[in-house]
Design a protein around this ligand. Structure first.
Ligand code: ZN
Ligand code: ZN
Length: 446
């Protein structure tokens, strides 16, 4: 079925499902451009919209699913899109869903949410605690999905006013699986001119956003190595080749890569997170496994680090008569590129978020060594990634992501939904021929 046929079907569905929609008075006329973000925020804060987003987030929170296993989450998203009469494609990259709102024609602009949870046992006692042992939404991706659906609801209200198409990207497997790359390879950004993504942040105040042009999160990769010697009696070391000592030297030498070889002004990380070997007090084992992660902010530094990690492990092991093999296993754990924010989209973001939150609430975000697979999208087309504040001292302490004590301040949901909707609609408006925006132009000249 062609997209235009889909789209007329969407309109038909829309007519038959008015109960799923909540009327709003938001206008997308160029004259009201500055007010649109605030109107979106007011709409997203309406109790019926807010409570609906909170309900979605809690439902997903109770049933967390790991990388590429987001089957129920995907089903829930599709049910909500069906309710709203929004057409979508599925499956993409297994559980991924891509929705379309607008004319079905160009320009196309995308907004994105990730869907996966983490292998963490939730230790927060509350009514909607994870019902799945050993799995938890400890990075806020449940909130990301709720916010993107919130944006979808608002955009669908205005679908007849959109001059172009908003593409809703719900992707699997952000936490190490590189779901964004698989979505990209499936062609979800074909003809899309720009993409926006956000991450909820406990380090920033609610009502504020933080980002920067250029690199915002680091490129990352993981590695594993097996260091093999010759096992034997712990009291007769001369008859053995000790892989524990060799692995210890390897780890110390790896720390010299950043401290002695990297430019101090070019941030890099090498961290060993895994050291497995031996099982008895009196036996030297045959081999030891180590593993870890490395991070950098440029392709050159990343490639250099990767090469030197391999050299240091194999050659340092050799110094103590061991053999070593190093595996980067990119198929299972793809390297994440640096997330680089497009400079023009930064300006766009500043205008839209400034109109919504006030310019004093736009913060500069320093580049961080965390990584994000939004980087795959932002590498392919102009992209922009920002952090959405949720910290509120009056509501307690919000810890950083990946902790079993992680909680989301749900008051942040309307901000995320409204920013998604505003960034996309204003982008489409600004892509219109200047003649239709003459009023805005004359305003600019003043
Ligand atoms: Zn995470
Ligand atoms: Zn995350």
């Amino acid at each position: 079925m062609s997209f235009s046929k889909w789209f007329s079907l969407s309109s038909t569905l829309y007519l038959f499902m008015p109960a799923a929609l909540i009327s709003c008075n938001i206008s997308l006329s160029p004259e009201e451009l500055d007010k649109t973000p605030v109107n979106f925020l007011d709409f997203a804060k309406k109790p019926e919209v807010f409570d609906w987003m909170v309900g979605i987030r809690r439902k997903i929170h109770e049933d967390p699913e790991l990388c590429f296993e987001e089957f129920e989450t995907s089903k829930l998203i599709r049910a909500e899109l069906d309710q709203m009469g929004i057409l979508y494609t599925h499956p993409i990259a297994g559980t991924g869903v891509v929705g379309y709102i607008g004319t079905g024609g160009p320009p196309f602009v995308a907004i994105r949410a990730d869907m996966d949870a983490l292998a963490v046992e939730e230790l927060v006692e509350w009514e909607h605690k994870s019902k799945v042992p050993g799995k938890m939404h400890a990075c806020g991706h449940d909130a990301h999905v709720a916010m993107l659906l919130g944006a979808a609801k608002m955009l669908q209200e205005l679908h007849h006013e959109l001059q172009g198409t908003v593409v809703l990207v719900f992707q699997p497997a952000e936490e190490g699986g590189g779901g964004a790359k698989k979505m990209l390879d499936a062609g979800v950004l074909k003809n899309v001119e720009a993409i926006f993504g956000l991450h909820i942040s406990s380090s920033d105040q609610i009502g504020t956003v933080a980002s920067r042009p250029g690199p915002v999160t680091a490129g990352s990769g993981i590695f594993e190595a097996v260091i093999s010697g010759k096992g034997g009696h712990a009291a007769i070391p001369q008859d053995t080749i000790d892989p524990i000592l060799a692995a210890s030297n390897v780890i110390v030498s790896l720390q010299h890569l950043v401290s002695r070889e990297a430019d101090p002004l070019d941030s890099q990380v090498v961290t060993i997170t895994k050291f497995q070997g031996g099982g008895a007090f009196n036996v030297i084992p045959d081999s030891v496994k180590i593993g870890g992660t490395f991070r950098a902010f440029s392709k050159e530094s990343f490639a250099q680090l990767k090469q030197r990690i391999e050299e240091v492990i194999t050659r340092q092991a050799c110094v103590l008569r061991c053999n070593a093999t190093v595996i980067f296993n990119e198929n299972e754990n793809p390297f994440y590129p640096v997330t680089v924010n497009n400079k023009d989209l930064h300006e766009h973001f500043q205008k839209v978020a400034g109109d919504m939150l006030g310019f004093r609430n736009l913060k500069e975000h320093l580049p961080m060594m965390n990584s994000e697979d939004f980087s795959f999208f932002a590498e392919a087309i102009p992209g922009y990634f920002f952090f959405l504040g949720m910290d509120d001292k009056t509501k307690g302490k919000f810890v950083r992501g990946h902790s079993p004590y992680y909680t989301v301040n749900e008051d942040a949901l309307p901000y995320g939904a409204a920013l998604h909707a505003s960034l996309a609609t204003r982008y489409l408006l600004e892509k219109q021929p200047k003649s239709t925006l003459h009023k805005e132009s004359s305003h600019d000249e003043l």
